[in-house]
Design a protein around this ligand. Structure first.
Ligand SMILES: [Zn+2]
Length: 475
């Protein structure tokens, strides 16, 4: 069964009204300023800039002089459960109604929601940003080698963690869509959501059963789109077979088609420059996928694989550490999104440096780590959109996703650019709204205890205090 990325929203929305006051709230340009955010039924109805008595600033630092207990809910300020009419009569204080003049749907939303409790979240001394969109995860994986998934997870090789999560092709296997799969994926899904990631695109390994369980509320985790499995080079130069594979993947519930067009970190040197797929192959995949309402993502380190992918009009290229200026120019013109994966390769290089990977991999990983930020800068200079991908696929990695934001900032996006990339660029790529905290958007958001314009704070998961998915606070 197929679920379109643009299909019905899976969350179970909280019908109550939520008013978040006192926080520094991220704006469209990645800067923060005081604002009051009002959410009704899981959707933002007003964002009132200016706010009241908010401490600190994006550059002024936090003077955590809290008299009130921040980050705590006060339930039911109108005893007995307020109706929304009560709230509107008190609209000046709560800021409801004024957002409507921005063209937001606040009045319409208010009219539709005649009852429900009103909760106030005093977020003084906190920073509120849109939920992070991770466009490249492997949440069906918990270990280094996918075949290990059939064995005891405790036996996994810690030394190898991450290396093939970056690029290992998975065979599709409907049998994996079982209770064991769901229970194995559950901790990583929960950790990823609690880390502040509210939407993911899984790049292979997450059977559609995982997405269905999330939709049904049987698993806790981010909103998910999944490629289910990957298309690998055995079908290269056979457009008819590629089209058939696209159809079978969509029949298995794939929201995206993922093609692995170059080798990865364990592959021989030079493999990144050889593409088993030609442009005709990739055009066939894009065309077949488009006819079924899904889009295409391609694992491509560089060389012809990148050139052909961009020419074929894929939605995104993954990794892309050897992106050339010419490829970046064409990518920008064609609207192709670059999803670099900086953190995982720096972890692989570090493991290699410690001697935990073969010498051959060490040199290759070092070369990748050196090239990757250059490619990101090249993409930004060419005007190519950059979105976030962690490529995380082990138990140790799930939940550390926001580390990638610090890497993106350092690679040339800067803090504000990185924060925009991991919210707006990802949301647009996934068809998940604007990725901006503004009226009409679903309230997927992250409340932080430290100023994220110093992106290094995002390496510490404790910086994330509360995550909201579809308006509901995640416990
Ligand atoms: Zn991957």
């Amino acid at each position: 069964m197929s679920t379109s990325p643009h299909g019905p929203r899976p969350e179970h929305h909280d019908e109550a009204t939520l008013v978040v006051t006192g926080a520094q709230v991220m704006d469209r340009d990645g800067t923060f300023s005081p604002a009051t955010v009002t959410v009704v039924g899981g959707t933002i109805v007003a964002v009132e800039r200016g706010g009241t008595g908010v401490i600190g600033g994006p550059s002024g630092g936090a003077g955590h002089g809290d008299e009130r207990v921040p980050g705590t809910f006060r339930h039911d300020v109108h005893s007995g459960g307020a109706t929304l009419d009560d709230v509107q009569s008190d609209g000046a204080r709560l800021g409801i109604g004024r957002g409507a003049s921005d063209g937001g749907p606040s009045q319409g939303a208010a009219d539709r929601r005649r009852s429900g409790t009103v909760r106030h979240l005093d977020a003084s001394g906190r920073w509120l940003m849109p939920g992070v969109v991770d466009c490249h995860t492997h949440l069906g994986w918990t270990t280094f080698l996918p075949e290990d998934e059939d064995e005891d997870d405790d036996d996994r090789d810690e030394g190898g963690a991450g290396a093939t999560a970056a690029d290992h092709p998975m065979a599709s296997d409907a049998d994996r869509a079982d209770a064991a799969l769901l229970s194995r994926a559950a901790p990583g899904l929960a950790a990823t959501l609690r880390a502040g990631v509210t939407s993911v695109r899984d790049a292979g390994g997450a059977a559609s059963a995982i997405r269905e369980a999330l939709v049904a509320g049987r698993l806790v985790g981010p909103q998910m789109q999944t490629a289910v499995a990957t298309i690998t080079d055995e079908l290269a130069r056979d457009p008819a077979a590629l089209r058939a594979r696209v159809r079978s993947l969509v029949a298995e519930g794939a929201d995206w088609i993922k093609v692995v067009a170059t080798g990865g970190v364990m592959a021989p040197d030079g493999s990144e420059d050889e593409s088993p797929f030609d442009e005709r192959d990739l055009r066939a995949v894009v065309d077949e996928a488009a006819g079924l309402g899904v889009r295409v993502m391609v694992h491509a380190w560089g060389g012809d694989a990148l050139t052909h992918s961009i020419a074929a009009g894929v939605a995104s290229v993954e990794h892309g550490m050897f992106l050339t200026e010419r490829q970046a120019d064409v990518g920008a013109a064609r609207g192709v999104v670059l999803v670099p994966t900086l953190a995982i390769y720096s972890e692989v290089a570090e493991m290699a440096r410690r001697g935990e990977l073969p010498e051959r991999v060490r040199a290759r990983a070092s070369r990748v780590v050196e090239a990757h930020p250059r490619a990101v800068r090249r993409a930004v200079e060419a005007g190519m959109t950059v979105a976030m991908g962690s490529d995380f696929g082990t138990t140790d990695q799930h939940g550390r996703n926001l580390t990638e934001i610090d890497h993106l900032a350092a690679a040339g996006l800067g803090a504000a650019g990185a924060l925009v990339a991991v919210t707006q660029a990802g949301a647009r790529l996934l068809g998940r709204g604007s990725g901006v905290l503004e009226p009409g958007q679903v309230f997927d958001a992250v409340l932080l205890t430290s100023d994220p314009t110093d992106t290094a704070v995002l390496r510490d998961p404790r910086t994330v205090e509360t995550v909201f998915l579809g308006g509901a606070a995640v416990s």
